[in-house]
Design a protein around this ligand. Sequence first.
Ligand code: ATP
Ligand code: MG
Length: 418
Amino acid sequence: MISIPRGTKDILPKDVYRWQYLEEEFRRCCESYGFSEIRTPVFEHTELFQRGVGDTTDIVQKEMYTFEIAGRSLTLRPEGTSPVARSYIENKLFAEPLPAKFYYAIPCFRYEKMQKGRQRQFHQFGIETFGAQDMLADAEVIALAIDFLSRLGIGNLSLRINSIGCPICRETYKKVLQDYLRPRLDEFCDTCKDRFDRNPMRMLDCKSKTCQSITKHAPRMIGYLCPECSEAFASLQANLDAMGIQYEIDTDIVRGLDYYTKTAFEIISEDIGAQSTVCGGGRYDHLIEEIGGPPTPGVGFGMGIERLLLVLEAVGAALPVPRPCDVFIAALGQPAMLEVQSVASALRKEGYRVLTDVMARNLKAQLKYADRSGAAYAVIIGDDELATQTAVLRDMRSSSQYEVNLDQIAAEIRRQEA
Ligand code: ATP
Ligand code: MG
């Protein structure tokens, strides 16, 4: 028996409708804001993530699925933003009218410790806006996320925003923070000790209770913003206020990717316990330049689809369950079995989901299967019916049945459904 790798999951036919529903709603929502879908490969050159996500991040340091083939190092994408930025540059999309607005629904891969709501292959919805410096773009990205979640019927969410400054003000702050944390450095977890030199801001984000108790009163980035960053943060809040979007300022939000600047935000669900961040995003004004493109600001979010499903489950949201099959066409006798195919094909053209017997079973077995398949109607065609070009139409729910002309089946079903 070969089992599924740890941290991955099969999505079985009985559950896949939830995914399809979310994907369809996400697509519709993004397109209603003028975002277009972009599809990039599942793997990229490792260097893209080293430069894009940042060499000092947890993702690049220990979470990437990297492999070498024909002397090139490749990595399964751990996040969606750097590949989209790479594609934007490579395809010279900056020559098109700005801003460029993209969305995607993708699998991501991170070698992480497994917990509920945390997998090694997980899935994200994401959007990116390139080329807009104004905080109107940040507000639009946040509004789309909130809009999408509320279209799904998810309330009980809290939007937390923060500013993590720019490379200039962050440099000053980094020193202040290191000075504050240095005296108690040996009390931190190993991961945080590691973060102290390369990325001390991430220590504020640690999930360990001990670390949290030490960093609780540490100085926060927000107190050290340069005038430009501080003005941007005020402008973001004014935009959100004007749009009637509620938020809290959470100075603990750090984000795990190096490329973020200014705006950082998270949307938290109160309904799913520890891994409660459903959506995380922010601004990244240096990413595109960092990976070789023209200086271009960007802002976007990533939303975990598995976590979204956990929230939907927790709030008991009723997703529309599609019927697996509309019509089963049963045949009695060899000539009828062939006629079945043309009736089925006519119904399929009308948009019905149609099953026929492909196991040459007897009529009783076919009808038993029809019942188990969830079909709302069965059409029964035998030699007698063939001769008169009729069939028996049975409503599987009421078991009532009557004769109809072969060319009237679709019309009759439509009449019954109306
Ligand atoms: P977290 O703090 O939960 O580790 P993150 O900051 O690493 O999140 P991002 O890189 O911003 O997350 O990814 C965006 C979203 O993708 C997260 O808010 C979360 O919903 C989801 N996500 C991230 N990592 C995983 C994972 N290993 N399994 C499932 N979902 C994930
Ligand atoms: Mg993470």
